[in-house]
Write a protein that binds this ligand. Structure first.
Ligand code: NAD
Length: 368
């Protein structure tokens, strides 16, 4: 099969981790007989330096014309002057918006050798394997009116939390579909005891549930869910929530994994199907940023970007077998003791960014 992918490595360690992810993608092409047509372009600080803008119109157009976008990270001290007219992050936000990616998916998995890297007790994090699904294009961050103004009795501000049935239904369906392909447990998170949007959310979740009889649904209030994520995270399989709740809880959940260098993400413009080869256009990036402190030193962990590539294979290219092969290759390399600087413990062998990439490619090639 032929697939068109836009590759945007960005700044800092972005190009370093992307090089390794592309090696792995090439390995998938060789092993399974697929052709990945890659278009490379600049974004963020690199685009500002070359073109004076963080995202060119041609790049946004190419993103919409591709099956998927693989993204590194953008930003860094060079472009962080508060007085700057253009900022690298503008490119990222404009791209997500122009692609209409409304479903942000962050899997969080704890690896046995990293349980000590989390500030939580090993017994709490060991065995965690969950996905946070966050609504990405609606709610409080976009609702109008949204403004600040002055009155005779002091300054005022307003943000608006607004959701339509369509917006809620489509993101809940993403949650149901993902749960269906996993342990079949969906936690719908809301604040239905206080917010009207949450009451609508819960109503729609209850109405949709009979269409997914194989999935067990429970409803949690966001405040108690925040506590449960730290107290007993192993109870969760897939969690689905609106934009603001998802922003906060997905960052909280990422602490369970131990290292930023291990966390992938996907943002989708459609529903990923668990049992068919239906495809959703998507945007795939590691959770981490450009890590200026280690850029250019071969210390970056490429696994978050490699696992983001696996998510792309599964959700946008309809290649679940290939995605699983990449994930299993990562697991085997880690079981074999290969560690980049962020996850190495005393007495373990430390490898560089490219050695880690090569090891994953080899593990993929040698798998049955
Ligand atoms: P960061 O994620 O870049 O780094 C935080 C810490 O984690 C650093 O110590 C870094 O060395 C380490 N780290 C991050 N990724 C790693 C990896 N793959 N392997 C090993 N160690 C890793 O966050 P920051 O320092 O707050 O931000 C640096 C720059 O990145 C800023 O300009 C910020 O705006 C930008 N940023 C971009 C994105 C994005 O493009 N999506 C996201 C977050 C931050």
């Amino acid at each position: 099969m032929q697939f068109n992918i836009l590759v945007l490595p960005g700044d800092g360690i972005g190009p370093e981790v992307m090089t390794e992810a592309l090696k792995v993608l090439k390995g998938v092409g060789r092993k399974f007989g697929h052709t990945f047509n890659l278009t490379n372009d600049l974004v963020g600080g690199a685009a500002i330096d070359a073109y004076g803008v963080a995202l060119r119109d041609e790049t946004a157009h190419q993103a919409r014309a591709s099956h998927a976008v693989l993204f590194g990270a953008v930003g860094g001290p060079k472009w962080s002057d508060p007085a700057a007219q253009v900022r690298p992050e503008d490119g990222l936000l404009a791209l997500r918006k122009s692609m209409g990616v409304y479903a942000n998916i962050r899997p969080v998995k704890s690896y046995p050798f990293l349980v000590n890297a989390s500030p939580l007790k090993p017994a709490v994090v060991d065995g965690v394997d969950l996905i946070v699904v966050r609504e990405l294009t609606g709610g409080l961050y976009y609702g109008q009116p949204k403004r600040r103004w002055s009155t005779q009795r002091g300054r005022r501000g307003v943000d608006t939390m607004k959701y339509s049935e369509m917006e809620i239904e489509r993101i809940l369906r993403v949650g149901f579909e993902l749960a269906r392909g996993r342990r079949k447990r969906l936690t719908s998170v809301d604040k239905a005891n206080v917010l009207e949007t949450s009451r609508l959310w819960r109503q729609i979740a209850i109405e949709l549930a009979p269409q997914y009889p194989d999935v067990t649904v429970d409803h949690q209030l966001v405040d108690s869910c925040a506590m449960q994520l730290i107290q007993n995270p192993k109870q969760f399989d897939v969690l689905v929530m609106e934009n603001t709740f998802g922003d906060i809880l997905s960052d909280e959940a990422s602490v369970l994994a131990g290292s930023l260098g291990m966390l992938p993400s996907a943002s989708l413009a459609g529903i990923p199907a668990a049992r068919s080869r239906r495809r959703a256009r998507g945007f795939y990036e590691p959770v981490h940023g450009t890590a200026p402190d280690i850029a250019g030193q071969g210390k970056a962990n490429p696994i978050a970007t490699v696992l983001s590539t696996a998510m792309m294979l599964r959700y946008s290219l309809g290649l679940p077998k290939e995605a699983q092969a990449v994930e299993q290759a990562v697991d085997r390399v880690l079981e074999g003791g290969q560690r980049t600087a962020d996850i190495v413990a005393q007495g373990e062998r430390q490898v560089t960014t490219s050695q880690m990439g090569n090891a994953i490619v080899e593990a993929l090639a040698s798998a049955a």
